[in-house]
Write a protein that binds this ligand. Structure first.
Ligand code: SF4
Length: 294
């Protein structure tokens, strides 16, 4: 039986590196700070075969050839593990060498982690939103017990992964980050841990604000007490020579958008442009790529 998932868009990074992010919609969390369009089921319903066709044709159109780095993201790519496994196998059969997954970790039990290891998944980006049970439940709507277990499993099964957290003032602050880091450090102090800034611009309601640079440094220092490899990213730092930045002036993407969602994307582009005047995403529609009638 063919497996289907709804896909709102592909993100094709063209600079500074070539990499395609496949956004699979639908999520088992309801994060209060989430502004991802893919959080809810949306976009075009595609079988694995059709999605691979879209990917291959998109790459030919945008890069002139298939890329060798593909990352599954969302939404949550693991809400349907069989679809994801089949997609990974399909990517491999086309010769994609580097395959990664960005996940909230909720579905990473022994069987899934073992399968990902067998499929030779090259990297996993695991979000750990909060350590305190109450904070995690309030923020995501789900317990973090399975996510904490996932960190242990990924380490135990020897997968290449790192953990990341978004710093959200008054919700996930330095004290909460330290709890997360302490937990990760209790597994292995060498696990890479990355901290990112909360970006409030695209949320339709007020949850918190962007953390200050001092707050990011404080969170970093708190994590460093327990871990050797901690990195934090400030989108546009006041002093780029001091802080690592998530902003790259050479960063350029071309998106492949579901025709069904073009109005929604127009709204997103407008909000993004008001937050960052340099925002200018080129895109093709899925119909243009697949040459189907609208
Ligand atoms: S896990 Fe990710 S996609 Fe899902 S609701 Fe949270 S932030 Fe959004």
């Amino acid at each position: 039986m063919a497996l289907f998932r709804r896909v709102p868009f592909l993100t094709c990074e063209v600079s500074p590196r070539r990499k395609v992010k496949i956004n699979l919609s639908g999520c088992n969390f309801s994060c209060r700070g989430c502004f991802a369009i893919a959080k809810k089921e949306c976009g075009r319903s595609l079988s694995v075969e059709k999605l691979l066709e879209l990917l291959v044709k998109s790459c030919r159109m945008i890069y002139g050839e298939l890329v060798d780095d593909a990352q599954m993201t969302g939404g949550e790519p693991l809400t349907d593990p069989d679809y994801l496994f089949s997609l990974i196998q399909g990517l491999r059969s086309y010769g994609v060498e580097k395959i990664g997954i960005s996940t909230n970790g909720y579905m990473l039990n022994e069987d899934v982690v073992d399968k990902l290891r067998a499929l030779l998944v090259n990297y996993i980006k695991l979000d750990l939103k909060a350590y305190s049970k109450g904070v995690h439940m309030w923020y995501t709507g789900k317990s973090n017990a399975r996510v904490l277990r996932a960190v242990k499993l990924l380490h135990e099964y020897g997968l290449n992964f790192y953990v990341r957290t978004i710093v959200i003032p008054n919700i996930v602050d330095a004290a909460e980050v330290e709890k997360i880091a302490k937990f990760i450090g209790s597994i292995d102090e060498n696990i890479l841990y990355r901290l990112y800034e909360f970006a409030p611009e695209q949320l339709e309601y007020k949850l918190s604000r962007k953390p200050t640079e001092d707050e990011m440094v404080k969170a970093y220092n708190a994590a460093r007490k327990h871990l050797k490899n901690v990195e934090f990213f400030i989108y546009k730092p006041s002093n780029p020579s001091i802080y690592k930045t998530a902003y790259d002036p050479n960063y350029k993407v071309v998106e492949v958008r579901a025709d069904e969602l073009l109005e929604t994307f127009m709204k997103i582009d407008k909000i993004a442009k008001s937050a960052d005047p340099e925002w200018n995403v080129q895109f093709f529609t899925m119909n243009q790529i697949l040459k189907e009638a609208a």
